[in-house]
Design a protein around this ligand. Sequence first.
Ligand code: MTE
Ligand code: HPA
Ligand code: MOS
Length: 725
Amino acid sequence: MRNVDSTRHVRGESLFVDDIVSPQGTLYGYVYYSSIAHGKILSIDFEEALHVHGVKGIISAKDIPGENQIGGIVQDEDLFAEEFVHFIGHPIALVIAESFLQAHDAAKKIKCVFEKLPAVFDPREAAEKGELIIPQRIFELGNINKAWKKCDYIFEGTVENGGQEHLYLETQGSLAFPIEGGGIKIISSTQGPTTVQRTAARVLDLPMHKIEVDVTRLGGGFGGKEDQATAWAIMAALAALKLNKPVKIILPRQEDIRITGKRHPYSSDFKIGLTKNGKILAYDVTFYQNAGAAADLSPAILDRTLFHCTNSYFIPNVKATALSCKTNLTPFTAFRGFGGPQGMFVIESAIYKAAKELGIDPSEIQKINLLKEGNEFPYGQKTLNCNIKKCFAGVEEKYKPEEVFDRIREFNSKNKLVKKGAAIMPVTFGISFTTTFLNQASALLHIYTDGSVSISSAAIEMGQGVNEKLRIIAANELSINIERIRIDSTNTSRVSNTSATAASKGTDLNGFAVIDACKILIERLKKVAADELKLYKTSRIVLKNEMVFYKNDKTDLTFTKLVNIAYQKRISLTAQAHHSTPNIYFNKKTNKGEPFAYHSYGVGIMEVTLDCLRGIYEVDSVKVVHDFGDTINKTIDLGQAEGGIVQGIGWMTMEELKWNSEGKLLTDALSTYKIPDIHAVPKEMKIHFLENVSNPFGPNNSKAIGEPPLMYGIGVYFALMNAMR
Ligand code: MTE
Ligand code: HPA
Ligand code: MOS
């Protein structure tokens, strides 16, 4: 159950972009960017910078042969600013030199004169001015206006959530070099190689077939490289084409924090109505998403906020309104959970407020409103194989919340300066890209004559273990030793038109494609075996444990022998397969459909201890019952759960982005932006894998796990709130 990458990482053998041996003569790029949040570029002078020793050139908007446009969903983002700058960090030029330090020094000599324009940083202020990225979106179920009258209690409130810096260990980077015939090869730390390829084609005015993007692995992405790896990849490509030299860009840590996008801060209003029994009858919520200065993935993220605005609860009357507000901050982007956490935080805040006013524990409201089989979400999909109640029951049985709450009450009554608190956090997360067409992937599988197997797919390995999961899936399907199988880099020339590895769908989509490719090869190999064994049909032939079986009897044909016979008979040992998720759809006009292949479920209980005198706290425990389906690799899934939880705790408790009144990010270093370290990790973490929950919609009956556990972090916030109360 070990992940091959672990050994390589520990030994320092894994190759990241900056480790890949650079071609001779590689030059280094440094991004020169706007120092003001909004303004007009009056003049720009590169003269002095160009004379710095080692400088080979400076490229800017006027050097772009194609379109100066990198926007994916909305075409509203230039690669290099032309007349106007819209945020601090807005790229203006790329300085290219023989060394990084020379490029960095030269950038300081660029003289840019701006005329400052008024800037907006607050999403509500932007909304008031009509500065929206897309028209507002509304999801509705039932009729809230009628429902209020039936409510015994109605509570209202406002919720703010901050953003979050990804802090992937490997900063953004790329290496590009010219190839024969005017093409370009780009090695990029991206979750979306096709996004890089497609956008590079547009900017460089080249056909996509002249651009090859290759990705070995990422030192973490967490959504931060779904869209935002593209700019640096294209800048390197542009410089490489222009100078006919290899060009590398690696963002230094502080620059990466300053100029790349983060999780979206939101400001939200809620109104929740309940019966005296605690049933939630109506929920009205408005989300003001701070999108930053360009759309990036904000519209899709806004949608996922709406999809998850009722979290794990059935609420018969819902109106959820979402506004994507344009401000003068670096465009915010995907981050684990993709808008879902922001939506869930507001409903949990509403429940917390209601419980507080009613003098009961929030878990009482949570429990009686949990989704049941067949309940409808505000987007029209009904629950199927709904396991949220099973998870809740599992938490009750294993971790005894009543006893926890009693123990805490007892502790708190005896301690004045130290208080404990606990909270329960259910998580229901829809699995599929909410942009339906992205739910596709392909795999290319080669069997070589020595019996070794190479697999290429659309999946990007970023630490989440997708490569190891694909190996397990293929080894299982081909019934061969896993050591035979290697996952090759993700490459746009081998696997085309890929979706980014995101939405927790990496293993699902690519795993199914790998299974299909294996099946094609097995069928071919069985025919070869039938021929060899002088049989008419393949129906009683089975490939098992590296051997050919006929009618349950082992023949003397081994896997390698069979492969060689196939080769001698001139049978192709390569297969390609494409997979697309069946039956999902979503109508963006009515906002109804069945966008998700299935849902991921889990419930956690968290305990904290708060030192009221010093204002510090510890997370004592996070205990979870989670539905992993049939896990493909328990170690990897456990790592995803634990890592997600800690990242969620970081977002909810200690990480804080601060900008000054000019829109300059103040928390741009590890000294000012605190992420969880080993001391902030819960002292005890128990992750129980819910039993007997085989998932028919996942490969090998597994379930996606990448994003959902992050949202358990929300529970830690409420445990702290309870401790403070
Ligand atoms: N785990 C590690 N170690 N590193 C990462 O960058 N990204 C997360 C999650 N887990 C990430 C991670 C995010 S945002 C997603 S969408 C999924 O992994 C993507 O991979 P998957 O689809 O294979 O689960
Ligand atoms: N998750 C992640 N990325 C996406 C999605 C999603 O649901 N939709 C479009 N891009
Ligand atoms: Mo994950 S935020 O979908 O890359």
